[in-house]
Design a protein around this ligand. Structure first.
Ligand SMILES: [Zn+2]
Length: 305
């Protein structure tokens, strides 16, 4: 089961109480179907739950009986495709008339009078999502899309989503393979939209995944930071050894002040030792910063040679 199909199952479990919202949800389901005209109304979906809900709401709210057929889409993935069809021009015309659509419309647009009350906007959007929407697995991306066959309808939907005044969803619109895709991206926005449509569990699952990912990224960042520090230590030791080598070849270690001689010799033989270990290994032990200070003096001397 994909995240998207789980979300759809969740959305189909709660059928709205009010008849106004049932009508709005049915409208969303049919308007965003593959075809919505006086000749053909066909909804194709991989979600059996969505197909059955469309049939139930169409029968209940309009009194039109639809056909549902199922076919195996991809046998390997055990994916089915369900097609909901309104039979015959007479029935299609009845559906169009019910939702206040003119049969001769050239451009399919959202008829806002089908959302009678404030409560209906969420039901309408839920219907649209069940009909033509997908939501990406939050482990991969935070993205919710509606694939709409008509440009003006897609524009209307984008404006509708922008117009949800309690949310700031900033939908985008793009053209993909001849369809128009209205999308919302970003973890918080997708979770907000899921919650708005009534998929509270999906929204919560998304936010949990997001949190987990952030924790994991922080751990990785920290590890990278530590690795960078190890590199720094290693290159400091390398610089010290190069300096000591230069001194050995020119003046010899004996030319160094007594307090530097021992640590120079120790460092030269132990490139892997930390400053703390070096300091501790001296006949008169030194702190980390004391060892660092002496090695720095050695590097300065070598530079002046
Ligand atoms: Zn309502």
């Amino acid at each position: 089961m994909s995240f998207s199909s789980d979300t759809k199952i969740e959305l189909c479990k709660e059928i709205p109480q009010g008849s106004c919202c049932r009508k709005a949800e049915c409208y969303g389901l049919l308007l965003f179907a593959r075809a919505f005209s006086a000749h053909v109304i066909t909804l194709t979906t991989e979600s059996g739950a969505a197909a059955h809900l469309a049939a139930q709401l169409t029968a209940e709210t309009i009194g039109v009986i639809v056909d549902i057929s199922a076919s195996m889409l991809r046998r390997k993935e055990r994916k089915n495709s369900f097609t909901v069809t309104v039979n015959g021009s007479e029935q299609c015309s009845a559906v169009l008339a019910f939702f206040g659509h003119n049969q001769k419309e050239i451009n399919l647009r959202i008829n806002h009078s089908n959302m009678e009350e404030d409560c209906c906007a969420s039901a309408f959007l839920r219907g649209a999502f069940l009909s033509c929407g997908t939501v990406t697995d939050p482990n991969k991306d935070y993205r919710l899309e509606f694939t709409v066959p008509f440009m003006n309808l897609a524009r209307d939907l984008s404006a509708f989503i922008s117009g949800i005044y309690e949310l700031d969803l900033q939908p985008g619109l793009l053209n993909r393979k001849g369809s128009f895709v209205v999308y919302v991206k970003g973890g918080e926005r997708v979770a907000d939209l899921l919650t708005y449509m009534g998929a509270g569990n999906a929204a919560m699952a998304l936010m949990q995944t997001k949190m987990l990912k952030e924790v994991r990224n922080n751990v990785n960042r920290k590890t990278n930071f530590e690795t960078a520090n190890i590199d720094k230590t290693a290159s400091a030791a390398a610089a010290q050894i190069i300096a000591i080598e230069k001194i050995i070849k020119t003046t010899g270690l004996d030319a160094l002040p007594e307090e530097l001689r021992e640590i120079a010799d120790l460092r030269y033989r132990n490139p892997e030792m930390s400053l703390r270990e070096l300091g501790g290994a001296l006949s008169e032990p030194l702190s980390r910063s004391g060892a660092n200070h002496r090695l720095q003096r050695i590097v300065d001397i070598a530079r002046s040679l």
